[in-house]
Design a protein. Structure first.
Length: 320
């Protein structure tokens, strides 16, 4: 009896065109959803995992073979030049070794260049120190040392040297990327004082830039234990030998201390910025007092002759 009832329901469904079409649409959608699910499972290899090998310290060619065995792909994301390592050696990777990933995952690696890239040295003599610094940085170079000489054009570059070779307008000199250029800079008599910038919390390159723009040299760079050529870019300044807003002679060196402890940096930076603001406010106050004193002296200098002249006139009138 149940079989007959089921058959009747099926026949009724097929005889009703609207109901039958709706049934077909729902069935097709369910079938497509199931098919998509199984295709995604196969395509993404659901449940399959691979452990990323540690590629650090091995040649790129060997790393590619090892990656293929683990069903992974390698992609060169960056290159550095570290003289202590052989050219083509993998220095860093992402994801790191030991991490579990899906098969077919791309591992991005940083390799050691076979030689440092050579770049042309721009001619910066005759420009302001800030312009010269920017031009050198754009070229992939930096300042080796600032040497000040007496000249009426304070903080303008007089000469530049790449090693022992002077760079002239017609020179076609190349240097290794990242190397330093010595700048001879002018300083007018009585205008040789600058103020130390606040660099706590900055990267080494940012701190260098701030010091150079202020006419100061970078002194000793002291790294905490654990900092190497690969993670240097992540280190931050946590202390400087001279506090912010301290007056120094142009060309004086400032030592920098760096750490990878970002929580520590966050704490000391807040305190350093507070002290820098207080020192700057005090300096502005003293400068204003000095300006007011000079203004009073000038005013007294103007009043004194007038007072003398008035007294003389009064004396003349008295004797008359």
């Amino acid at each position: 009896m149940a079989k007959k009832t089921n058959t009747t329901l099926w026949q009724r469904l097929r005889s009703n065109r609207l109901a039958w079409n709706l049934f077909l649409i729902v069935a097709i959608m369910l079938a497509l959803a199931l098919m998509a699910h199984f295709v995604m499972q196969v395509a993404t290899r659901h449940g399959a995992r691979r452990t990323v090998p540690d590629f650090s310290g091995i040649l790129l060619s060997e790393a590619e073979e090892l990656a293929a065995k683990h069903d992974l792909e390698l992609h060169i994301n960056d290159s550095l030049f570290v003289p202590a390592y052989e050219g083509g050696i993998i220095l860093d990777q992402l994801p790191e070794g030991g991490v579990e990933v899906k098969p077919g995952r791309t591992v991005y690696v940083t390799i050691n260049s076979f030689r440092q890239k050579m770049v042309p040295v721009p001619y910066v003599a005759g420009r302001s120190l800030r312009q010269a610094k920017n031009m050198l940085e754009i070229a992939g170079l930096e300042i080796e040392e600032l040497i000040y000489r007496p000249d009426m054009a304070t903080n303008y570059v007089l000469e530049q040297y790449c090693g022992r070779q002077q760079v002239l307008a017609e020179s076609r000199i190349e240097a290794e990327m990242g190397s330093g250029i010595t700048l001879y800079v002018g300083v007018d008599a009585g205008d040789n004082v600058t103020f130390v910038p606040q660099v706590v919390g900055l990267s080494l390159q940012q701190a260098k830039g701030r010091l150079w723009e202020s006419g100061l040299n970078v002194g000793k760079v002291i790294y905490e234990e654990g900092i190497n050529l690969l993670n240097q870019k992540d280190a931050r300044v946590y202390a400087q030998s001279n506090p912010a807003e301290q007056a120094l002679s142009l060309g004086a060196p400032v030592d920098l201390m760096l750490t990878l402890d970002l929580e520590r940096v966050k704490q000391v930076r807040a305190e350093a910025e507070k002290l820098a603001r207080e020192a700057a406010a005090e300096r502005l106050r003293l400068e204003q007092e000095q300006a007011d004193s000079l203004a009073r002296v000038e005013l007294m200098g103007e009043i004194a002759p007038e007072a003398a002249e008035s007294a003389e006139q009064t004396e003349d009138e008295f004797f008359e």
